[in-house]
Write a protein that binds this ligand. Structure first.
Ligand code: SAH
Ligand code: SF4
Length: 360
């Protein structure tokens, strides 16, 4: 049995009811609980509809509900909100909500910290504290949706697994969360609106491709040669760029799907025309698009952000091979943008950021 109601699938809820109420609880009762949590999105066990009061009281007393608690909330000038959420064991993790007109994108974490050690990423400086459970992954969305009055629009939300952590190093919990989120009888999110981003854990990409219910796939490419990628992303020593591109070529895309590649541009390091030409060659003939991300700076990161002109020149070259976009930084001022999630709370660091990236 999972440790909390949020994150439990139907079978686990049934087992939980059998345990606390007595064996032989009818299946429709388990379904009532499941739908109350994920579809009606009640925020505690005592609000579960239709159950006898005695059962609700037992549930509330004997099983954790599992919604994370708000620790801190940071509001960006551009509308982005970064949440620091407190988990059951007192650890905290970040989730980012990015509103854009009528559209909302949730950027959720899959681990507390990250073990992968990419040289340009603030999360890497945390190291890995632990994996998140399926409930803690689902809980980030249920919490943020409830907090922002978005529960009724949940089917239209976009979810990106681009927060703290490497999702493919926590694949069983990530997949369990995705199955609950994408279940039309559960949270009811669309698989087509969910994206998982990976630093390139090659065997796990193959594993993901075999799953019937899986998000879209984004690959953090970030370099155009083996050597450069080994320096920037040491994981390349284990999973080479060559093997990564081979697994991308063989990836079983669904009819409606394309791959995404992300490429963080570091001034004078991986942002030359030659790099762009090599990227264009690497991705040629793949059904894909490329998102360029100009480095989001932070303390302890030894790289600089390229000028917009350099970014545009790089984009123009890559565009010859595939659609190529420049990702607009969201929430840089509150350390909520790509690669900036490190539970930053220190106002002096915010000031430092202003100096490093003026005008952002
Ligand atoms: N661990 C996963 C997902 C989280 S990181 C991954 O690496 O794919 C989300 C994206 O932010 C990745 O594409 C990563 O390359 C990028 N990123 C990391 N640090 C960054 C920084 N300082 N500036 C801009 N993008 C960064
Ligand atoms: Fe981990 Fe992704 Fe940051 Fe690399 S870029 S350290 S994989 S979170």
């Amino acid at each position: 049995m999972a440790a909390s109601l949020i994150g439990s699938n139907l079978g686990e809820i049934q087992a939980c009811l059998d345990r606390i109420v007595g064996p032989g609880v009818p299946a429709f009762r388990a379904r009532q609980v499941y739908e109350s949590i994920y579809k009606q999105r009640v925020t505690d066990a005592s609000a579960i509809r239709g159950l006898p009061r005695e059962w609700r009281e037992k549930l509330a007393k004997e099983v954790a509900f599992g919604l994370p608690e708000l620790d801190k909330r940071y509001q960006s000038a551009d509308g982005t909100i970064r949440y620091l959420l407190r988990l059951d064991d007192g650890k905290t993790v970040e989730t980012v909500l990015m509103p854009e007109g009528e559209r909302y994108t949730f950027c959720i974490s899959s681990q507390v910290g990250c073990p992968v050690n990419c040289q340009f990423c603030l999360t890497a400086l945390m190291g890995l504290e632990r994996n998140l459970t399926a409930g803690e992954i689902v809980g980030q969305i249920l919490f943020t949706a409830a907090e922002n009055g978005l529960s009724s629009q949940i089917a239209k939300l976009n979810v990106v697994m681009m927060g703290q952590g490497e999702p493919l190093l926590n694949l069983p919990n990530v997949l369990k969360a995705v199955r609950i989120l994408a279940d039309p009888d559960g949270a009811g999110l669309s698989m087509r609106r969910m994206t998982l981003s990976t630093s390139g854990i090659v065997p796990r990409i193959e594993e993901l491709g075999r799953e019937a219910v899986r998000p879209k796939l984004a690959i953090s490419l970030n370099a155009s040669t083996e050597e450069q990628r080994r320096e920037l992303m040491p994981i390349t020593k284990k999973y080479s760029l060559r093997d990564l591109m081979a697994v991308c070529k063989a990836y079983p895309l669904r009819s409606w799907e394309h791959l995404s590649f992300e490429y963080v541009l570091l001034r004078g390091v991986n942002d030359s025309d030659d790099d762009a030409r090599r990227v264009a060659r690497l991705i040629a003939n793949l059904r894909c698009k490329v998102n360029l991300i100009a480095l989001n700076p932070g303390p302890g990161i030894a790289f600089q952000t390229p000028d917009p002109e350099r970014v545009a020149a790089f984009q123009a070259i890559v565009k010859r091979s595939a659609p190529c976009f420049v990702r607009k930084p969201r929430g840089r001022d509150i350390y909520a943008a790509c690669g900036q999630l490190k539970r930053m709370a220190d106002s002096s660091a915010f000031v430092e950021l202003e100096a490093a990236a003026p005008g952002v």
